[in-house]
Ligand binder design. Structure first.
Ligand code: IMP
Ligand code: MG
Length: 179
């Protein structure tokens, strides 16, 4: 385990197992729809890569970068688009792929945006859901794991751009983000 962590919350094996299950669920809805999978950079990259490789049917991928956190552990509530999609979403079945839904403000904003752009449907799959901190009545359509209100890192998620390369999800030691 990385020395900056208090504990491993979700092991590499559990993540990979759950991703296979999620892909099966998604197959039921999307196997005939050629969905546009929208990866939210940077955190969702490992999840997108593993999930889409387990989705054995036609799909397309695109990427979007938004900012909500900067280098602090508190959300600003402001969502800024840093990189937009290359693909038109009009008439498409859009599947937003997120690493973690916390306050829900980022996802709510993105869903509204895709609807404004006339997507045929908009749903979201998140690896992690932290419902305790929700500031809007949003429930992700597909979710890997519901987790307690702790600051986690790894498997794409970061603190100040660190720890994204850990293959598991861990709880960061409090003294590292409260100092
Ligand atoms: P929301 O708008 O508050 O739902 O923020 C979602 C985004 O905040 C996620 O995509 C993450 O980038 C980041 N985030 C929220 N909680 C955590 C955490 O515990 N660790 C790392 N990043 C987090
Ligand atoms: Mg994110």
């Amino acid at each position: 385990m990385h020395p900056d962590l208090e504990e491993i919350l979700i092991s590499e094996e559990k993540i990979q197992q759950r991703i296979k299950e999620l892909a099966k669920e998604l197959r039921k809805e999307y196997s005939e729809k050629n969905p546009l999978c929208v990866c939210i950079l940077k955190g969702a990259v490992p999840f997108m890569a593993d999930l889409t490789r387990a989705m054995d049917f036609p799909l397309q991928m695109d990427y979007m970068a938004v900012s909500s956190y900067g280098n602090s552990a508190e959300t600003s509530g402001v969502v800024r688009i840093l990189k937009d999609l290359d693909t038109p979403v009009e008439g498409r079945d859009v599947l937003i792929i997120e690493d973690i839904v916390d306050t829900g403000l980022t996802l709510r904003h993105l869903i509204t945006l895709m609807k404004t752009r006339k997507a045929k449907s908009v749903k979201a799959v998140t690896l992690l859901d932290k419902p305790d901190r929700r500031q809007t009545d949003l429930t992700p359509d597909y979710c890997g794991f519901v987790i307690p209100n702790k600051y986690i890192v790894g498997y794409g998620t970061d603190f100040a751009e660190r720890y994204r390369n850990l293959p598991y999800i861990g709880v960061l030691k409090k003294e590292l983000y409260q100092s």
